[in-house]
Design a protein around this ligand. Structure first.
Ligand code: FEH
Ligand code: ZN
Ligand code: ZN
Length: 346
């Protein structure tokens, strides 16, 4: 079968012909119908030797949906023919976190040579992918694959970040979403579907603000010198209750802190590498809370799929044939993908 493989650090991935995997024990073989392309794939491709614990070569793709094609002899809870989305974080499988579907916070994460499908283990930018067990699969029934695949990362990561703030997003609150791309637009929809908070969107691109509007944002603004004042004005001067930063640069972190009200909460999802000075006394609002949510849990993925199947969230996607992966990668790198890029085996 054809697969998009990372064979050398810092080099572009290459399409190779590899053996179709055979499921053994608890493993489940899935015929891939769609795989999302993520900024983390770009980080992996650009990693210098030793930066990641992964062993080369492996197939990329950690945002995968498809149909079960075969089962290992001890695979339970899965049926050939079922359509599924892969729960992407693969932990040790034995710690308390993994045992309760929280592989994203596996206690043994630092000892592993992988983080999941396409992240040190063979992923879904191929015709088939092997899941370690049925516990990593969530049924999607008739949800289209290009809608389902992005739920496993863009959807789940956004949902997990919103879930961590939901306690503070009741009636009369306001949330700012910085960065309305593949994750941000789903965060806007998730906020609308699961909280009572008003949503203010911030981006550098007009088309991203249009996407925010289609996703249900109450207001959108381009980044300007006075963005903090513009956002504060939308709250009657109090500031926002929460900020979701999907960019994570020093500029966006400082914008977030500049618009938060006392007791406000900042969740940083974007891997922009920004820095924020935390000191007391200092400039941070009293009661400021900060979090770095990562991916999400398996139970939450089932909740995200349910939201998508109910129509409450819809992923804006740009489809590319797997054979055009290099074009999709280049477009993503240049910030020229609207919503989420999805690769479809051709
Ligand atoms: C995956 C693995 C490592 C870093 C970041 C990611 C994200 O794409 C998961 O949402
Ligand atoms: Zn990702
Ligand atoms: Zn674990």
């Amino acid at each position: 079968m054809r697969a998009l493989r990372l064979t050398a650090w810092g080099e572009p991935p290459t399409t190779a012909e590899v053996e179709r995997p055979v499921p053994r024990g608890a493993e489940v073989l899935v015929r891939v119908e769609a795989t999302g392309l993520c900024h983390s794939d770009l980080h992996v491709m650009g990693a210098v030797p030793g930066a990641l614990p992964y062993r080369l070569p492996f197939t990329l793709g950690h945002e995968v949906a498809g149909r079960i094609a075969d089962l290992g002899s001890e695979a339970d809870g899965a049926r050939v023919g079922d359509r599924v989305v892969l729960y992407g974080p693969w932990g040790c499988g034995a710690c308390d976190r993994c045992a309760t579907g929280r592989d994203n916070y596996c206690d043994r994460r630092d000892t592993l040579a992988w983080h999941g499908a396409g992240l040190g283990r063979d992923g879904g930018m191929a015709e088939y992918v092997l899941a370690p067990s049925a516990r990593h699969l969530v049924p999607i029934d008739d949800l289209p694959a290009d809608q389902a695949a992005p739920l496993s990362d863009a959807g789940l990561t956004s949902y997990h970040a919103v879930a961590g703030l939901r306690h503070t997003l009741g009636k009369g609150t306001t949330t700012a979403v910085i960065g309305v791309g593949g994750l941000g637009h789903l965060a806007v929809q998730t906020l609308r579907a699961t909280t009572e908070s008003r949503v203010l969107a911030v981006d550098v691109r007009e088309d991203a603000l249009a996407l925010a509007d289609r996703s249900g944002a109450d207001f959108g603004t381009l980044v300007r010198a006075d963005t903090a004042q513009v956002l504060r004005a939308r709250t009657g001067g109090t500031g926002v209750d929460a900020v979701l930063d999907f960019v994570g640069t020093t500029q966006t972190l400082e914008l977030a802190v500049g618009v938060l009200r006392p007791g406000g909460e900042l969740a940083v999802v974007g891997s922009g590498g920004g820095r924020l000075a935390v000191s007391k006394p200092g400039v941070l609002p009293p009661g400021f809370k900060f979090s770095l949510p990562f991916w999400g849990t398996r139970p939450e993925l089932a909740e995200v799929v349910a939201l998508a199947r109910s129509g409450a969230i819809h992923v804006e996607t740009e489809r590319f044939p797997l054979s055009a992966a290099s074009e999709a990668i280049d477009r993503l790198r240049r910030g020229r993908v609207r919503g989420r890029a999805v690769l479809v085996p051709d």
